[in-house]
Design a protein around this ligand. Structure first.
Ligand SMILES: O=P(O)(O)O[C@H]1[C@H](OP(=O)(O)O)[C@@H](OP(=O)(O)O)[C@H](O)[C@@H](O)[C@H]1OP(=O)(O)O
Length: 461
């Protein structure tokens, strides 16, 4: 029996069977920007929130997207990986249609209402509005590359799991949200594994029909659990007051200062520049960088780093209250996914103890930032002492909950179950490692590496 002791109450009501697992606890790697010598982040790109490129938190990817650089940090040499279970956000995408409509509005406003003859305004007015509503959040080419490269790196990190034999014997499972960006991300990930890492020749139309079980399986109950949780829908999604802090921050002195600066730069009346239009101008800067690698878009010229920090907080308030610690039900709604992950791990321990083949050693699941953030909150990760509110921006400059550092495009939460032959105690025979964005994390509630669950079966939540 795989038992996991979790000290925190976070898990009390999650309902998974008792687990006893020793988590290899390695102190949290700084998720700040690694000082890769060849990379200087464009000044605003640290503040793009959930529109952040994966490269901002792992700049080594810019140097060589296929290079696994921290193998020695990640793998305990005396233990053998038995199973990997992952939750992966889709790769880089187009703006959603709702954002594109706002983009068109701010661009038209500048073209029609700006009274300035500055070089910047002329550049913005002549800038081609190339986004269109049909794009609606679809995966872009860069997003496919994000997934292909991630597949290659994870397979390189765990070569004994990602083998040709296991692929051909249907020992790998690929589950996805029904959203096209997730389905396409899954297919790109499989392609990166099959053609990139394992070296299968590409078929003329580049489909995977000759690879058994390589078709993504759509499961929204797991990957879009928030759509299937009545309590979440009532208390958050359909509750106009649920994002009150976000709404209040849009009217805050901090946002007012940003609006005044943009109004002066554009020479457009301040009252015509809503917080949403200011935010979408900032998002255009982010999408031009993420999708086209343009780091000097005129849209970025509208903002400085102080503005970036304010606009990052605006996005983080949305994620905190809609997907994170803001409302209890946010994390609770991910319990089924949490239980699904640990049932997979427990199944593998049971199979291993019976000297059976591990039935599904590779489980890759593709979702959204809103799939990952509630799950990370359930795990107690990135929790600040004080909630993020409209009136405490100045106190939260060093907060842990920074969505761009946690769930950028292609972000990935990976659980790896190991069997440790040299274990001195039964507790150490089976160990689980948790990685976020290819860095090891430890459970914040555990003061040590041992976790034993001492509670009756689930009381439900
Ligand atoms: O502000 P937009 O429309 O971009 O918000 C999107 C979500 O994007 P995010 O806020 O995460 O940057 C999108 O999440 P993603 O992980 O799929 O990119 C989500 O699926 C989409 O529904 C929009 O979220 P919302 O909560 O419905 O505004």
């Amino acid at each position: 029996m795989l038992n996991m002791n979790v000290i925190s109450s976070t898990y009390r009501n999650t309902g998974p069977k008792a687990f006893q697992v020793l988590f290899i606890s390695v102190s949290w790697f700084c998720t700040g920007i690694h000082n890769s010598p060849s990379y200087r982040s464009p000044s605003l790109s640290l503040y793009f929130g959930t529109k952040t490129r994966y490269e901002e938190i792992n700049p080594f990817v810019l140097d060589n997207p296929l290079l696994v650089t921290r193998k020695e940090d990640i793998l305990p040499i005396t233990c053998t990986p038995l199973k990997i279970v992952s939750v992966i956000r889709h790769g880089t995408r187009y703006p959603t249609s709702s954002q594109i409509k706002k983009m068109k509005k701010i661009h038209a406003l500048i073209q029609e209402r700006s009274r300035s003859s500055s070089e910047l305004v002329r550049e913005l007015q002549s800038w081609e509005m190339w986004y269109d509503v049909w794009m609606d959040g679809q995966l872009v080419k860069k997003g496919e590359q994000d997934m292909q490269n991630l597949a290659h790196r994870l397979a390189t990190l765990f070569p004994s799991l990602f083998t040709t034999e296991r692929l051909q014997k249907c020992k790998m499972s690929f589950v996805t949200s029904s959203k096209h960006r997730c389905v396409d991300s899954t297919k790109a990930f499989i392609g990166g594994l099959v053609h990139g890492y394992l070296g299968f020749p590409r078929t003329p139309n580049n489909v995977l029909e000759d690879i058994p079980c390589s078709e993504p399986v759509v499961n929204d109950t797991l990957m879009r659990f928030f759509d299937h949780c009545p309590k979440f829908l009532v208390e958050v999604e359909d509750n106009d007051t649920a994002l009150r802090e976000l709404d209040n921050f849009k009217k805050s002195p901090e946002m007012r200062r940003v609006t005044q600066k943009v109004s002066a730069l554009l020479d457009v009346p301040e009252q015509e520049l809503s917080a949403d239009l200011i935010q979408v101008a900032f998002f255009i800067c982010s999408f031009e960088l993420a999708i086209k690698n343009i780091s000097d878009s005129p849209w970025c010229e509208l903002f400085d780093e102080e503005d970036g920090r304010v606009l990052e907080y605006l996005n983080d308030l949305k994620q905190y209250w809609k997907r994170g610690y803001g409302h209890h039900i946010n994390s609770r709604s991910s319990c089924n996914l949490f239980r699904h992950i640990f049932n997979h791990l427990e199944e593998a321990v049971t199979e291993s103890k019976r000297s059976q083949q591990i039935s599904s050693p590779v489980v890759m699941q593709f979702g959204h930032a809103e799939t990952l953030l509630p799950l990370l909150a359930l795990l107690g990760l990135f929790k600040d002492e004080k909630p993020l509110t409209a009136d405490n921006f100045s106190m939260q400059s060093n907060r842990k909950f920074r969505s761009g550092q946690i769930v950028p495009y292609a972000s990935n939460l990976v659980f790896v179950l190991y069997h440790c032959d040299m274990a001195e105690t039964e507790r150490e025979e089976y160990q689980v490692q948790m990685l976020l964005n290819e860095n090891i994390v430890h459970f914040p509630h555990s003061q040590n590496t041992d976790l034993t669950l001492n509670r009756p079966r689930s009381q439900g939540y």
